[in-house]
Design a protein around this ligand. Structure first.
Ligand code: NAP
Length: 492
């Protein structure tokens, strides 16, 4: 366990959705696990005038909602003692000066300060400006860190603009950019399983691998978030961030050491080595679609355009890309990455198909697959060929599989890991600006080309498998979308 300095977490947007559902409960669980330093305070900052007493009642409500089976009263008392509230009304020109004065009370607020900006993305730069204007971002005896929630920009230009604005006041080492996917323990396991296993590392290259699929599908639709989603789309929402990060961990070279800087350096290198999608051949590299009305778990559900109430939208709820990495390890290996809403299954996994074996017995012998399940199943599964017992020389596919998670293992929410790392000063689970920019650079041309093309978008019925037309991006006719990762041989 790393030693954490006494510190104060200053939580902007503490009354918001993210804070209620993830941040406050996450901090409480860290306190319960004995991972918060004894001297650690939480100062929530909001626009409204709220008394400390009312704020503490509000926090109790958040915890009651999150932990309906109850919680330890002693931990609760300790946690509640740590919490304070500061009103920051937008019309008050002195609000940040007053914040500084509040924080100056060293008996209550340890002077290492982590600011968590759980506010609207349009407010990120403004809050940093105002903190800097009163001297609250300056590091001298104590550290100052700023967490910027997702999304960091909506394209490369806006990401650069935000970066230019906040880097006037903050060094890179002070900026913690969130991609909460990185807080999932299953994601870090990709890197660890690769490099801590002598049987996997040597075959992880273009000599043995035919192609890689990185998949994130959901059965849910866009729900209440139609306006947000229509301004965002699947490519921005999932691929630009989570899926490209998953790809980086799958494809990176081994870091020289397991330090935040060394891990990020390798992720940056591999992200920057992904070949840009040729816009004049976009249809062979990128495919988009929208879900139409259909059935999910036996229930009829409407299509995306119906939910949106606007038939002219060309925003994708399904996006698939073919990417190549221009380095010696991956030369010629396609990475097919895709995300979708309202597909037949909800699964996040990496599926690796190996090249044809040297011995082929009869027609249609399956190639080996290795699959790493991220969510909901954290598992590993290898499919190999094995002789069918009997007089004939015939093989069939058998599975070697295991759940990574065992009875009694800790179940950690991604935000708990991120909050702990923030206080520890470990930014390996946060994004470096070069990663953010490399990711936008890749998806921007596709987003722009798709936005300009106003022809109706391909439709797939909710609850179906991938649209047949998506196969246009495959390099070879024998490639196909790989599905379920059920364990125990009960493959669908
Ligand atoms: N990592 C992820 O996957 C993920 C998931 C969800 C959200 N997020 C990000 O996390 C951040 C917070 O999300 P959220 O869902 O919690 O947001 P939210 O509930 O809409 O708002 C957060 C807070 O911002 C303040 N606020 C709301 N409207 C405002 C306005 N018009 N002017 C000034 N302040 C306003 C409110 O605080 P006060 O009224 O108390 O000032 C509110 O509690 C956003 O940047 C979002 O993009 C990320």
């Amino acid at each position: 366990m790393k030693v954490i300095d006494p510190c104060t977490l200053v939580l902007f947007g503490a009354s918001g959705n993210l804070s209620r559902i993830k941040l406050m409960p996450g901090l409480f669980r860290l306190d319960q696990a004995g991972r918060l330093p004894e001297k650690m305070a939480i100062l929530s900052v909001g626009r409204g005038q709220v008394s400390r007493e009312d704020w503490l009642k509000d926090i109790k409500g958040m915890l009651d909602a999150k932990f309906p089976k109850g919680y330890d009263q002693n931990v609760f008392n300790r946690f509640i003692e740590r919490n304070h509230y500061h009103a920051n009304p937008p019309e008050d020109a002195n609000a940040f000066q007053r914040l500084k004065e509040t924080l100056a009370d060293e008996k209550v607020f340890p002077q290492n300060l982590a600011y968590f900006l759980s506010v609207r993305p349009s407010d990120f730069a403004d809050v940093v400006d105002k903190l800097a204007a009163v001297g609250l971002t300056k590091e001298d005896k104590y550290w100052r860190r700023v967490v910027i929630e997702k999304p960091f920009g909506t394209d490369l230009a806006s990401a650069k603009e935000l970066q230019a604005s906040i880097s006037k006041h903050l060094k890179e080492s002070q900026i913690y950019r969130i991609d909460h996917y990185l807080g999932k323990s299953a994601l870090m396991n990709i890197m660890l399983q690769r490099f801590t296993n002598a049987v996997l590392d040597p075959i992880w290259n273009n000599q043995y691998i035919d192609h890689v699929q990185i998949t994130n599908t959901e059965m849910l639709g866009v729900g209440e978030r139609t306006q947000f989603y229509d301004a965002t789309g699947a490519l921005r929402d999932m691929i630009q961030s989570h899926i490209l990060q998953t790809m980086a961990l799958t494809a990176m070279e081994m870091p020289k050491e397991l330090t935040p800087d060394a891990i990020r350096a390798e992720k940056i290198k591999v992200l920057e080595a992904i070949r840009p999608i040729p816009v004049n051949e976009i249809d062979q590299y990128a495919f988009r679609a929208q879900y139409a009305a259909g059935e999910i778990k036996g229930e009829k559900v409407p299509g995306y355009l119906e939910e949106l109430g606007d038939n002219s939208s060309v925003v994708e709820t399904y996006a698939a890309l073919k990417l190549f990495i221009d380095n010696p390890r991956w030369k010629g290996v396609p990475f097919y990455i895709r995300t979708a809403k309202r597909l037949h299954e909800a699964d996040t996994r990496i599926s690796i198909r190996f090249k044809k074996a040297p011995l082929q017995i009869g027609d249609g012998q399956d190639q080996n697959w290795l699959m790493l399940g991220i969510q909901p199943r954290e598992c590993i599964k290898l499919e190999i060929q094995s002789k069918i017992p009997g007089l004939d020389i015939k093989t069939r596919t058998i599975q070697l599989d295991a759940a990574n998670r065992q009875d009694g293992d800790e179940s950690i929410d991604a935000y708990e890991a991120l909050l702990l790392n923030l206080m520890e000063g470990d930014n390996s689970l946060y994004l470096h600006i070069n990663e953010v920019e490399a990711q936008w650079r890749l998806v921007d041309p596709v987003i722009e080309t798709w936005a300009k093309n106003r022809k109706p978008v391909h439709q797939y019925p909710a609850g179906s498998t991938d649209p047949e037309a998506s196969k246009v991006i495959f390099e070879h006719e024998d490639q196909f979308w790989r599905y379920s990762i059920e364990l125990g041989g009960d493959e669908k």
